[in-house]
Design a protein around this ligand. Structure first.
Ligand code: SF4
Length: 464
């Protein structure tokens, strides 16, 4: 399918081919689903909303609820204010959420709809019932990526809900970044183990991985909204927390800084805890926050097990060339993890813009793969060209890489967002030591499955 991708790399400035990202509102919609009883609302045409919902549904294999301002030609010419006002009225009347989280689209951004004024006016006119909320963020999709959209909606939560407090609370804030619901569940488990009460936002655990329930229970209608998601009262209390730990600078930093500026809650930005070193730093941050010297034995044991597995597997990982692509926060931690396994990340690419990505990856690779090719705001066409010029042993990234993997006959470990052609991935964490062990198994399985496939009969071994 991609056999015509040329080897020769030419400079491209205005053209993206096979993007390594999706559009901003998808991330905003995902973040909004992490508020309890929240209905994400797409301020644009029905097509955008349908695409964003279906993309999330294809990844999570769950129905994604969201509403739309249903722009037609009239809204495109005269603006979407009346559409949004009508939508707010209908949504509270029919679906009765606690929060409507509005994000914009390319069209409403181009028109220049002033959402702050529209929402204020709707509130003044009594369209927003007492105790209910309409929040918003801007997500023009001709800039940034779904990670930017996630960041913008998370920052929007701070702008609308944060109240200054007197920092007497024992709790901390934790922004988990653009990770799976299972990852958030694992992060919350670690917080509980460390005895650290926390406001975790956004929290999509028990929203996008909620247990299957009957449509009716004892004659009572099942609730439209899942049990998960951060509660509004908790969001309102985040200005009283001792500190904010933000995981993943691209997805979480802006919200943490916004909160710090508004409420003087000190922000600490960390990498996503993927892999041994990043998880060590996360646990160390939790120890310092909890003001204890040693982690609980269960966490220390998990680390010990992970190190043991890494040592057992090291012979298979050593010197393997790997291409890593996807969302910047994940790719940064994955690259560091690959290096700690003895692998050589020779190509590292994200579709999300941000020069600090290049600088960070360069720092990670400077002693091990100084000639590595690194690119932010890149695309999969470029990644394919790199691979065509010099192949790799393994690719790690989202589903879109499968075309390259097939064209070049390279094993692919599916990781990140979106994964559209597998089921179950969102139920198993890859953060922390436990998640790291699963990731190790996935990577090694891909390498050894390939070896089993390729070995000649005389070298095809039962025991590897
Ligand atoms: S890129 Fe813009 S127009 Fe296309 S789906 Fe996303 S928001 Fe809508």
């Amino acid at each position: 399918m991609l056999s015509l991708t040329p080897k020769e790399i030419s400079d491209r400035t205005g053209l993206t081919i096979n993007p390594a990202k999706t559009c901003q509102p998808i991330g905003a919609m995902y973040a909004a689903l992490g508020i309890h009883r929240c209905l994400p609302h797409s301020h644009g045409s029905q097509g955008c909303c349908a695409y964003h919902r279906s993309h999330l549904t294809r990844h999570y294999k769950e129905p994604i609820m969201a509403s739309t301002s249903s722009f037609t030609e009239g809204a495109a010419v005269f603006g979407g204010a009346s559409n949004l006002r009508q939508a707010i009225t209908n949504i509270f009347h029919i679906y009765n959420p606690d929060v409507i989280a509005v994000h914009t689209t390319c069209l409403s951004e181009t028109i220049g709809d002033d959402l702050t004024s529209i929402i204020l006016k709707a509130r003044d006119e009594g369209l927003v019932p007492e105790g209910k909320w309409v929040i918003h963020c801007h997500t023009p999709s001709y800039a940034g990526s779904h990670v930017t959209g996630f960041s913008n909606m998370t920052t929007g939560m701070v702008k609308y809900f944060a109240e200054s407090g007197n920092r007497t609370q024992e709790q901390i804030n934790l922004i988990p970044g653009y990770v799976e619901p299972s990852d958030i569940r694992e992060i919350k488990r670690l917080l509980t183990e460390m005895d650290l009460p926390a406001v975790v936002f956004p929290d999509t655990s028990d929203v996008l991985d909620a247990p299957m329930q009957e449509a009716t229970v004892s004659g009572k209608k099942a609730c439209l909204y899942p049990s998960g998601g951060v509660k509004i009262k908790d969001l309102q209390s985040m200005g009283s927390s001792r500190t904010t730990l933000a995981l993943g600078p691209f997805a979480s930093e802006n919200a943490a800084i916004e909160l710090e500026n508004r409420t003087e809650t000190p922000a600490r930005i960390l990498d996503l805890p993927i892999g041994i070193a990043a998880t060590d730093r996360f646990i160390q941050a939790l120890l310092e926050t909890a003001e204890v010297l040693e982690p609980p034995a269960s966490i220390a044991d998990d680390r010990g097990r992970m190190v043991d597995i890494m040592i057992d597997m090291q012979q298979y990982f050593f010197d393997r060339k790997v291409a890593i692509y996807g969302d910047p926060d994940q790719v940064i931690s994955l690259t560091e993890f690959a290096v700690s396994l003895g692998m050589k990340p020779v190509y590292v690419l994200t579709g999300t813009p941000g020069k600090r990505f290049d600088a960070r990856i360069k720092r990670i690779l400077k002693d091990v793969v100084p000639a590595a090719r690194i690119k932010s705001a890149g695309d999969l066409f470029l990644l394919h060209q790199w691979i065509k010029n010099e192949p790799v042993d393994l690719m790690i990234g989202n589903t879109y890489g499968k075309y390259i993997a097939r064209a070049e006959d390279i094993p692919l470990v599916r990781y990140g967002f979106p994964i559209l052609d597998r089921v179950g991935h969102s139920y198993f964490p890859t953060v922390g030591y436990r998640g790291g062990m699963r990731l190790l198994e996935k990577i090694l399985d891909a390498l050894l499955d390939r070896r089993d496939r390729d070995d000649p009969e005389e070298r095809f071994e039962l025991v590897l």
